[in-house]
Design a binder for this molecule. Structure first.
Ligand code: FPP
Length: 254
C-alpha cells in the first residue's frame, strides 16, 4: 500500500481486509464526543480534547499508511467561539501543542499540513504554529493533513460568492462562466478533491456547517464511538464500509 515505508507496526487485522484498489482519496472527519468522553470519566472537558489530540496523531498515521491522500479534520468551527473561554483557550493551544510535539514526525512521514478556515481571527500563537507547520511541510508530497480551524461552510461559500462577483465586475470572469466547478474552485478547498468519505463520531447525525458544498456526493459513515476512543480499527471499519458502497453520483449503477 502507498506510504507503507514510513511505518513499522505490524498490520492490524482490519487493515488486511481493506482493498488497495478503492481507498478513499479524501476522508473528512467531524471529530465529536470529546466532552462526553471526559464526562464519563468525571474529568474536565479539556481532558477529552487532550485525548482527542492523541487520536488525531493515530488516525493521521493510519490514513497515511493505507494510502489516503487528504485527511480533513474539523478541529474548531466558527460556532465553537460560543464555548466557555477556558475551553476555547485550551482548544486554541492544541494546534501548537500537537505541532510542537509531532511536526518532526509529520515531516518524516512526508505529510503536508494545510488549513481551511479564517486564520486571521485565530490567536497569534495559534496562527504562528499553524503557519510554521504549513511552511515547514510545504514541499511534502504525501498525505495532506488539512485542519478545519475556525471554519464555517456557509461563511466559506459567502466569501467564494463575493470573490466571484468581484472577478465578474473586474471583467476577469464572464457571468455565464460561473459553473459549479467555478464555485468549487473559489472555495478554500479549491485545490483539493472533494471528500469521498465523511466520518462523524459520537452518534450525532448532522453536518454542523461542515463542507456543505463539498459533501454533495460524499459517502457518510456515522459511528457511536467517541472521538478519543476512535481507533485505527474504527477507521478501517469505515473504509471497508465505504468500499462496499455503490457510488452513482446521481446516475445508475453499472
Ligand atoms: C467536539 O467534541 C470536538 C471539538 C469541538 C474539538 C475537536 C478537537 C480535537 C479533537 C483536537 C484537535 C487537535 C488538533 C491537533 C487541532 P465536543 O467537545 O463537542 O464533545 P461533546 O459533544 O461530547 O461535548
Amino acid at each position: 500500500m502507498a506510504n507503507k515505508q514510513w511505518f513499522w507496526q505490524p498490520k492490524h487485522t482490519g487493515e488486511a481486509a481493506i482493498s488497495e484498489e478503492n481507498v478513499p482519496v479524501h476522508i473528512a472527519i467531524i471529530m465529536d464526543g470529546n466532552g462526553r468522553w471526559a464526562k464519563k470519566r468525571a474529568l474536565p472537558r479539556i481532558a477529552g480534547h487532550n485525548e482527542g489530540m492523541k487520536t488525531v496523531r493515530k488516525i493521521t498515521r493510519s490514513a497515511n499508511r493505507i494510502g489516503v491522500k487528504v485527511l480533513t479534520l474539523y478541529a474548531f468551527s466558527t460556532e465553537n467561539w460560543k464555548r466557555p473561554k477556558l475551553e476555547v483557550d485550551f482548544l486554541m493551544k492544541l494546534p501548537e501543542e500537537f505541532l510542537s510535539t509531532f511536526l518532526p514526525e509529520l515531516i518524516e512521514e512526508n505529510v503536508r499540513v494545510e488549513m481551511i478556515g479564517d486564520i486571521e481571527q485565530l490567536p497569534a500563537h495559534t496562527k504562528k504554529a499553524v503557519q510554521n507547520a504549513i511552511e515547514k511541510t510545504a514541499g511534502n508530497t504525501g498525505l495532506v493533513l488539512n485542519f478545519a480551524l475556525n471554519y464555517g461552510s456557509r461563511s466559506e461559500i459567502v466569501h467564494a460568492v463575493q470573490s466571484i462577483m468581484k472577478d465578474v465586475e473586474a471583467g476577469k470572469l464572464a457571468d455565464q462562466d460561473v459553473t459549479d466547478e467555478t464555485i468549487s474552485s473559489y472555495l478554500m478547498t479549491g485545490h483539493l478533491p472533494e471528500p469521498d468519505l465523511l466520518i462523524r463520531t459520537s452518534g450525532e447525525h448532522r453536518l454542523s456547517n461542515f463542507m456543505l458544498w463539498q459533501l454533495a456526493y460524499t459517502e457518510f459513515f456515522f459511528t457511536d464511538v467517541l472521538w478519543p476512543d476512535f481507533s485505527e480499527e474504527h477507521l478501517f471499519e469505515a473504509v471497508k464500509a465505504f468500499q462496499k458502497r455503490s457510488r452513482r453520483f446521481g446516475g445508475l449503477s453499472q
